[in-house]
Design a protein around this ligand. Structure first.
Ligand code: HAM
Length: 434
């Protein structure tokens, strides 16, 4: 039997031969993580990590029993103690669970947390949709200020600018508070009921359980019907209306382009007021790269303190795929700076000790132990783009004089044995600057 990955998951590898799979290369992920972490620091976020499984009730209570995620997509299992556990389908609920459990509210009046890691949803396999996928998420707990909603949208906007991503649209909407959403829901059901038979099968079943989700149905028949549906923002109560106006004002102050999308409602139940999504024009059907919003009731609903919160998550596969499509640049794959090729046991001993010393100085280096023909080793070094190669034989050892070959020019530079570390340190420094 030959083994392969289960459906909907993928490996992240040092090298992917197929050009369309370059987004799976590990150095690209490293680069993205570095950018995300650097930006998190600049925006004042601290890292939090939670387990990849939690008690199942946490997700049904927060994301909502009638949502697709909880209804159809969770990896839920019973452990040997008979407890129902689920692989996390998202990060917000676990982070809020930790926040409440560890009484983090006591430390300050505003908390900025970020996390990265795999999430799990049993979704139909399609491009851009995976059963294990990676999110970076950021959450701010403690204040209702609209500026914080905008800080988060600005984080995403700045991230995408730094990565060189274009062709993105920021969609925003406000879904108000629980009361005005209930009034809107009633109006929407009244409007949709006479059209029930013309709605798609999915939307027909949502009509009673989760009618707001019909608004972002992809079915053309549904879209035709919802085109004239009542508009959510017309039902906002005064304070939500004002909050939404403020969000738009602060976005304009930062000159962040956005579109108000009155049918944007999001697929998780915990949101209120601001919701937003960033959509790429280059990804086909599953084109939302980032999404989030306010969730001022969630902490209280999870039996925590009554504190407002706002957050977002980005899908890392989708970012890397969009970067690929748009040919955004990535730093070069890290390679050793120096490859030493010893000829014989005494030379191997010297190179082996030099190797340890080079590495102590963080100079990426390797010794070739293959005993292959020199021609083959040089070809390998060339293919790997290793900049410096050093063949060490008896003569070099006797004279304590090494010969450093510059692979790009073919020139050889003499280096005293006791000067190698310093020489390579300088070369590393120059390589970083170039
Ligand atoms: P979400 O919209 O469910 O929100 O997911 C956020 C992002 O994760 C999506 O926009 C997409 O890029 C990515 N994503 C979701 N499902 C998949 C999948 N099956 N395959 C690949 N990528 C996927 C949340 O998860 C909320 N927790 C966001 C949030 C944080 N709201 C407030 N704070």
């Amino acid at each position: 039997m030959s083994y392969s990955t289960p459906k909907g998951v993928f490996d992240i590898l040092p090298t992917e031969e197929k050009p369309e799979n370059k987004w799976k290369e590990s150095h690209r992920w490293d680069y993205l993580f570095e950018q995300l972490k650097e930006l998190s620091k600049a925006y004042g976020f601290e890292e939090i990590s939670t387990p990849i499984f939690e008690k199942s009730e946490l997700f049904s209570r927060s994301i909502g029993k009638e949502t697709d995620i909880v209804n159809k997509e969770m990896y839920t299992f019973e452990d040997k103690g008979g407890r129902s556990l689920s692989l996390r389908p998202e990060g917000t609920a676990p982070v809020m669970r930790a926040f409440i459990e560890k009484q983090m509210a006591q430390a300050s009046y505003c908390h900025k947390l970020f996390y990265t890691g795999p999430m799990f949803r049993y979704e139909r396999q399609q491009a851009g949709r995976y059963r294990q996928f990676y999110q970076f998420g950021a959450e701010i707990v403690g204040l209702p200020s609209p500026q914080l909603d905008v800080e988060l949208i600005d984080f995403v906007y700045t991230l995408f600018q730094r990565l060189g991503l274009q062709n993105l649209t920021i969609h925003i909407n406000s879904i108000g508070n629980k009361e005005c959403r209930a009034a809107y829901r009633k109006a929407l059901v009244e409007y949709l009921t006479p059209h029930k038979n013309s709605l798609s099968e999915d939307s027909q079943s949502r009509l009673e359980k989760n009618p707001l989700r019909i608004l972002d149905s992809k079915s053309p028949a549904d879209q035709k019907i919802t085109a004239n549906a009542p508009i959510l923002t017309d039902y906002l109560e005064e304070s939500s209306k004002q909050h939404f106006e403020e969000v738009k004002k602060w976005l304009r102050i930062l000159k962040i382009p956005f579109v108000v999308s009155d049918k944007l409602v999001r697929g998780l139940d915990y949101y209120n007021r601001t919701v937003f999504e960033v959509v790429s024009g280059d990804l086909g059907a599953h084109n939302t790269i980032a999404a989030g919003g306010r969730y001022d009731y969630l902490l209280k609903d999870l039996n925590g303190p009554d504190l407002p919160a706002v957050g977002f998550a980005v899908g890392l596969e989708r970012i890397l795929q969009a970067m690929d499509t748009q040919k955004c640049s990535f730093p070069h794959k890290p390679v050793p700076l120096l490859l030493m090729i010893p000829l014989g046991e005494p030379a191997t001993q010297v190179c082996f000790q030099l190797l340890k010393e080079l590495r102590l100085h963080n100079i990426p280096s390797e010794v070739d132990y293959s005993e292959k023909k020199l021609k083959n080793i040089m070809r390998y070094a060339d293919k790997k783009s290793i900049p410096y190669v050093m063949i060490v034989g008896e003569e070099e050892l006797e004279e304590e004089n090494l010969k450093l070959k510059h692979m790009s020019t073919g020139e050889t530079e003499p280096v005293k044995l006791d000067q190698l570390i310093l020489t390579m340190k300088n070369k590393l420094h120059d390589a970083k600057l170039s």
